[in-house]
Design a protein around this ligand. Sequence first.
Ligand code: ACO
Length: 325
Amino acid sequence: MGQLRSVIAGVGAYLPPGVMTNDDLAKIVDTSDEWIVERTGIRQRHRADPGVATSDLAVEAANKALAAAGKTAADVDLIIVATTTPDLTFPATAAIVQRKLGAPIGIAFDVQAVCSGFVYALSVADGFMAAGRSQCALVIGAEEMTKLMDWSDRGTCVLFGDGAGAVVLVPQEGEGTTDDAGLLGFALRCDGTKQDLLYVDGGPSTDGQVGKLRMQGNQVFRHAVVNIAEAVTAAAADAKVAVSDVDWFIPHQANLRILNGVANRLGIDEAKVVTTVDRHANTSAASIPLALAEAVEDGRIQRGQLLLLEAMGGGLTWGACVIRY
Ligand code: ACO
């Protein structure tokens, strides 16, 4: 039976030019390149300048994705921005992106699921496409995590970076089989009882402040591999594919030890895992589309291949998504 699929027509990414190395951080907090590399795999992160907003990074990534898809802003009828670092409390960063792109009046809103935001946003966009309510969607993950840091907390400030990635989705009639191009399956999860492990300690309705990121890193780590592995298995089952059928795993880039731990638990060849955490650090909702764009642009990911995206972050939220590119 035929089925309307959401197909990735183009991808794009943008990193702000400023780079902060581990040695730069060692001048601010009591840490070392050796400790950060050994515990996380991170060697550097990009950092947006003051005055450059999340929407600015999002627009750069969106324009590249539109060009790759052979589309223009005039074609876009749906914009979803996954972000935990919006320009303003409101309007949504997606509305600001629409204005800056010069896209026509349409649907635009943000999704807030922290590091899992891009996977959540893809699922939401897929719903619009499947219902015939969008002919051209921009799904963007964009973050300026460095602006949420407590720069005196060495347990968090060494882990995060800034950047944006975007995909253009278009609807395409499929056969309803696993050979179809497009989004094939999802698993999305949230366990709100684990809030204290990872959160930002401010907000408009509590203290009226933006707040700073707080994390019990070793506790988050304990949940990460188990939760992500469960979601990967569930998303593969939802898509009716085997994990071993997947050509490329594009994980949220939080920590190299988590990436390798998930691969080992599921028997995935580490050569199939796209890794950018060494250069980008953790860019929250932006990390998956940044990694996806890199592997598409350098030719590793080819049309027709099966991709698996996965993430875990604040909430706790976690999830995975299977896509035939
Ligand atoms: N440099 C040097 N020492 C440090 C640093 C640092 N940057 N940070 C912490 N330490 C010290 C600690 O103070 C502690 O010292 P102590 O033993 O004297 O008390 C020691 O290192 C061990 O600390 P742990 O927190 O137990 O170290 P761990 O091996 O767990 O590594 C890390 C910490 C890297 C944060 C790891 O736990 C991790 O990656 N956790 C998961 C993070 C994650 O996936 N987050 C989810 C996504 S983020 C989001 O959703 C926004």
